[in-house]
Design a protein around this ligand. Structure first.
Ligand SMILES: Nc1nc2c(ncn2[C@@H]2O[C@H](COP(=O)(O)OP(=O)(O)O)[C@@H](O)[C@H]2O)c(=O)[nH]1
Ligand SMILES: [Mg+2]
Length: 306
């Protein structure tokens, strides 16, 4: 008897093939089972799916959380600095050029050793913090491998690059499709090679993009500032009573964090023993503030404990 698989089932199967983590696979397998027409012709497939689901569930229970497989490590580059940023763009869109322009010649360049065509990692300096940038190897036959999508999805932010002079509309359309398909959340659009535009011509693109020329170092400061803004983080400095804060060593917090979040970040005990705190910034000169006071970038806080 033919199985007569539905398009919904085939879609679920496609998602299973693209799944990278075990939990993504499990969701997709369960979805496949749900979408599978239940009749005699599919009994074998049903049994097979059930077997795969239970095997995967068992595996996930057994595996200690800290142990990562070699395959997982490949797309799970340990985060460094204030945020991890991936580069997305067709071959020759200017990813590597932008990477070296942003990270600089003396940047710490580490080769990721788990693949013959591996990503490269470097740091971008911004004021007193750094961001981690990941350059992708040349895409083989325009084909992006699953682990590359894993890296981009795991990153905090993705720079979507398109060349301003090589049919940008087509590149943008392709990038949009990929961003949607792989659920990339935070994206900054970057037009590259603007030095190649005819003099004085500034084209408008279907997306709100930053204009850059890596080799001429155009637009890089703007881009770095945008990266900081898009990451939605704030820098808070802590100080001891009667002492100056160390302005080179900020505590990094999510935008919207309150005083207690900063205290917890320092130490759980600390938060529990908190009596009161004082705040310095452009509006406060050591004012006592409440536990739920929302912090902003650059705030200096002094904790007083019991
Ligand atoms: N004129 C100009 N050429 C660039 C710029 N960025 C990259 N290119 C050139 O475009 C080609 C592809 O750049 P590359 O960074 O290797 O792209 P990738 O394949 O995306 O990593 C190289 O020949 C670069 O020299 C730029 O800002 N201006
Ligand atoms: Mg490259």
């Amino acid at each position: 008897m033919p199985a007569n698989l539905t398009p919904e089932y085939k879609q679920a199967e496609q998602r299973y093939r693209e799944a990278i983590t075990a939990s993504e696979k499990l969701v997709a397998l369960k979805d496949m089972l749900a979408k599978l027409p239940k009749h005699k012709g599919t009994e074998k497939i049903q049994a097979d799916l059930r077997k795969r689901i239970s095997r995967l569930e068992k595996e996930m229970k057994q595996k200690p959380k800290t142990a990562v497989s070699r395959r997982e490590r490949m797309f799970n580059i340990p985060k460094q600095g204030a945020g991890q940023i991936g580069l997305l763009g067709a071959a020759n869109s200017g990813k590597s050029s932008l990477f070296y322009a942003l990270t600089g010649a003396d940047a710490v360049i580490a080769e990721w050793p788990y693949s013959t065509s591996h990503p490269v990692v470097g740091m971008i300096g911004f004021e007193n913090i750094q961001f981690q940038l990941i350059d992708m190897p040349p895409m083989i036959r325009e084909h992006t491998e699953p682990w590359q999508w894993g890296i981009l999805r795991n990153a905090d932010l993705v720079l979507a690059l398109f060349s301003a002079v090589d049919d940008p509309e087509k590149q943008i359309a392709e990038l949009r499709e990929e961003i949607e398909k792989y659920h990339l959340r935070k994206v900054i659009w970057v037009a590259t090679k603007i030095d190649k535009l005819p003099d004085g011509q500034i084209p408008r693109f279907p997306v709100d993009a930053l204009y850059t020329a890596a080799e001429q170092l155009v637009g890089l400061e703007d881009l770095t500032r945008q990266i900081f803004a898009k990451l939605q983080i704030i820098r808070v400095y802590t100080k001891h009573p009667g002492k100056e804060p160390d302005l080179q060593d900020p505590v990094l917090l999510k935008k919207g964090s309150v005083l207690m979040d900063a205290a917890y970040h320092l130490h759980k005990d600390f938060a529990e023993k908190l009596k009161y705190a004082r705040l310095w910034n452009s509006e406060h000169e050591g004012t006592r503030v409440a536990r739920d006071h929302v912090l902003t970038d650059g705030d200096i806080v002094e904790f007083h404990i019991r």
